[in-house]
Design a protein around this ligand. Structure first.
Ligand SMILES: Cc1cc2nc3c(=O)[nH]c(=O)nc-3n(C[C@H](O)[C@H](O)[C@H](O)COP(=O)(O)OP(=O)(O)OC[C@H]3O[C@@H](n4cnc5c(N)ncnc54)[C@H](O)[C@@H]3O)c2cc1C
Length: 457
């Protein structure tokens, strides 16, 4: 039995920086990883997908050179092996960086293998047992595979197996019209595949406002992606070398056939094989570990950070979890998850940047509010860049004049949103933004103008 001051399970986005801080604080730490250092973001999530999105963007722009007054002779050919090699190199570099970092830390022992609780303070890795009074769980999640009728008989892909693809699927059928599914949809369409997105809800990314869902659907359909909504009753079957999906929707033929099937229907936490029962950890009905405002579980001495606690599903929420735990534990700085403002992006092109509440949430609260919107056709920077798709929308509390939320679906939307987000963190009134002098020509320069155009919601 090996005794440590702290044990960190998983090297996702919270585990490694926390390990480094614990070591720095003089602790003897064990870190356990069962597969790839860096976890989802580095290996099968953010980094590889955004690298692929960049290749797809280059292909898209290459096809549009005529719009910019350039002549490119010959056809644009996408070399999928080279695209994958670029992705592997960038993602691999990041993975190796995390591995080197962990293995290079003094008083840190790295264990390769699957960790399982034997009791609240004992963890088995292979045939070894580690023990500590402090355990930090950062085990993340994986693609959820729902048992559609026929699924057992067909081959399907998930975000993880998509990373191995080095060829162009003739027709990629994607079940799931949310963040993961839509990024793959546009990417593969731009690489040259036919793409169909099947969504069970009545609109894409259904937790966003209707105008946002419509704007996203318009962008994707304009690029030739077929979208099938209201697919309530799905089943799949083999058809020759490909697959067919029966979609019981109101519109369109009852079946979609394609060469490859990608399931992008949500995520589930990696807690089913962690021995949570042996540790006495409380989990919710979907397996997420219950935590309080400081990421403490119900068991003293055990914390859960990142996707496995259900309090966020992003790299930045996981990293923020690390910051909160480190601040409370090591810096005597009281930080909590209620301090953070919801923020994320959807990396289609143009991207969607989101912060705070949606319009629907504001309306549900019956809150007196103001709203300003601007189509990108009325933003000079977008016109100059040749992409006027999308719009900006900002919501403001009519009483205290604080910003409630924003949806920025446009060229640079993933960056522009931070003008709003930081103002929200500063708890400043919208009038601060209204009076700010922004740089011309940018998309952000229209935010002060929009603040002068607020109207009752
Ligand atoms: C396709 C895709 C695209 C994404 N794009 C973005 C994006 O653009 N921006 C963004 O913010 N987020 C994005 N995300 C989400 C993001 O990847 C995760 O939120 C992020 O990785 C945080 O994960 P984590 O820290 O909870 O753990 P993870 O990164 O999931 O890592 C958990 C680690 O724990 C290990 N592990 C699990 N169980 C055990 C065990 N029992 N023993 C030992 N080790 C174990 C795993 O092997 C893994 O390495 C994306 C996700 C996907 C799937």
């Amino acid at each position: 039995m090996q005794k440590f001051d702290a044990i960190v399970i998983g090297t996702g986005q919270a585990g490694p920086p926390l390990t480094a801080r614990l070591v720095e604080a003089g602790m003897k730490v064990a870190v356990i990883e069962r597969k790839f250092f860096g976890g989802t973001c580095v290996n099968t999530g953010c980094i590889p997908t955004k690298t692929l999105v960049a290749s797809a963007y280059a292909a898209h722009i290459a096809r549009r050179t005529g719009d910019f007054g350039l002549r490119l002779h010959g056809e644009i050919a996408v070399d999928m092996k080279a695209v994958k090699a670029r992705k592997d190199a960038i993602s691999g570099q990041s993975r190796m960086g995390v591995e080197r970092w962990m293995k290079g830390l003094k008083s840190c022992t790295v264990y390769l293998g699957h960790a399982r609780f034997l009791s609240p303070q004992e963890i088995a890795v292979g045939d070894q047992v580690l023990t500590s009074e402090r355990v930090f769980i950062n085990v993340g999640g994986r693609a959820s595979v729902q048992p559609f009728p026929g699924l057992k008989e067909v081959k399907y892909l998930t975000n993880s197996s998509m990373m191995e693809i080095d060829f162009l699927p003739e027709h990629l059928v994607i079940i799931g019209g949310s963040y993961v599914g839509l990024e793959f949809a546009q990417m593969y369409r731009r690489f040259g595949s036919a793409v169909t997105v099947i969504e069970m809800q009545s609109r894409l990314i259904a937790r966003e406002d209707e105008d946002v869902s419509d704007g996203v659907a318009e962008i994707l359909e304009q690029e030739g992606i077929e979208v099938r909504l209201n697919a309530k009753c799905l089943s799949v079957a083999r058809q020759g070398n490909g697959i067919s999906v029966a979609v019981d929707c109101a519109a369109g033929p009852p079946q979609v056939t394609g060469s490859h099937l990608l399931l992008a229907v949500g995520r589930r936490p990696n807690t089913d094989d962690l021995g949570v029962d042996k540790a006495g950890l409380a989990v919710d009905e979907r397996g997420y570990i219950r935590v309080d405002d400081q990421l403490r579980t119900n068991v003293p001495g055990i914390w859960a950070l990142g996707d496995c606690n259900g309090k966020g599903a992003f790299t930045h929420t996981s990293y923020n979890d690390f910051e909160i735990v480190a601040a409370n534990l090591l810096d005597n700085d009281r930080r909590s998850i209620t301090d953070r403002i919801s923020a994320y992006a959807l990396y289609i092109d143009p991207p969607l940047g989101r912060a705070g509440m949606t319009e629907r949430q504001v309306r549900e609260q019956n809150r007196p509010a103001l709203v300003a919107t601007r189509p990108m056709t009325r933003v000079g920077r977008a016109v100059e860049k040749g992409d006027t798709r999308g719009f900006m929308k900002v919501l403001v509390d009519a009483g205290d004049k604080h910003i409630l939320g924003a949806s920025i679906l446009d060229v640079g939307g993933d960056e522009v949103i931070h003008c709003i987000l930081d103002l929200m963190y500063a708890k400043a009134r919208y009038t601060v933004l209204q009076r700010a002098m922004h740089i011309h020509p940018t998309v952000s320069e229209l935010l002060p103008t929009m603040m002068g155009e607020l109207r009752p919601l």
